[in-house]
Write a protein that binds this ligand. Structure first.
Ligand code: AMP
Length: 196
């Protein structure tokens, strides 16, 4: 199995790249942001619990997020693995993901690839995306900046967890989308060789 964690601040292109990688490796993308938005749209109990956090651009508590991810993986094992997009976002989630993959599938994270993008580029990208994405958290600059702050205060620390495992690679997330995909594929292929 190939378990890729796509890492990076909001607007760094994780979702876009996850779609390409999903096709290339036949590994479904699991986006916790998309799962939460599905619950918001369908006004589920989970959606009601998380709306206030998402509207503000704050992280949803770990316990709720990890339970949702675990439930999603229980829907059936993907034979080739997964692309995790937007999870883990805290060290406690990273520890939980290791445990979940080990317990459910006897597997581990193959590699974590972080897309590096300057803050002002992120803000401009997200405001632009907000014109068509239909996401309320993409239209308000204050909310966008809060999401970026959440990334630097809580999420960036997760790097330490994966660096300690020798599974952390950073790539420049600015430039031609196809070239970034190529760089990602090169990193993933190398990690697969190492794993064998
Ligand atoms: P995203 O689509 O990945 O930008 O996520 C949108 C929003 O969903 C975030 O601003 C958080 O409120 C919530 N969210 C998504 N993934 C996580 C996670 N792993 N931990 C906590 N909150 C999350």
């Amino acid at each position: 199995m190939l378990n890729i964690v796509l890492f990076g601040p909001p607007g760094s292109g994780k979702g876009t790249q996850a779609k390409f990688l999903e096709q290339k490796y036949q590994t479904p993308q699991i986006s916790t942001g998309d799962l939460f938005r599905y619950n918001l749209k369908n006004e589920t109990d989970l959606g009601k619990k998380v709306r206030a956090y998402m509207d503000k651009g704050s992280l949803v508590p770990d316990e709720i997020t990890t339970q949702m991810l675990s439930d999603e993986l229980d829907k059936g094992k993907s034979p080739n693995g997964y692309i995790f997009d937007g999870y883990p976002r805290t060290t406690s989630q990273a520890v939980a993901l290791d445990k979940i993959l080990a317990e459910k599938f006897n597997e581990e994270v193959t590699v974590t690839v972080a897309l590096v993008v300057d803050d002002e580029v992120l803000v401009q990208r997200l405001l632009e995306r907000g014109k068509t994405s239909g996401r309320s958290d993409d239209v308000n600059e204050e909310v966008i900046r809060h999401r970026i702050t959440e990334y630097y205060t809580k999420t960036a620390k997760v790097a330490k967890h994966y660096k300690a495992q020798g599974k952390w690679v950073e790539i420049n997330g600015v430039g031609d989308i196809d070239e970034i995909t190529e760089k990602l594929i090169a990193v993933i292929n190398e990690a697969m060789i190492k794993e064998d």
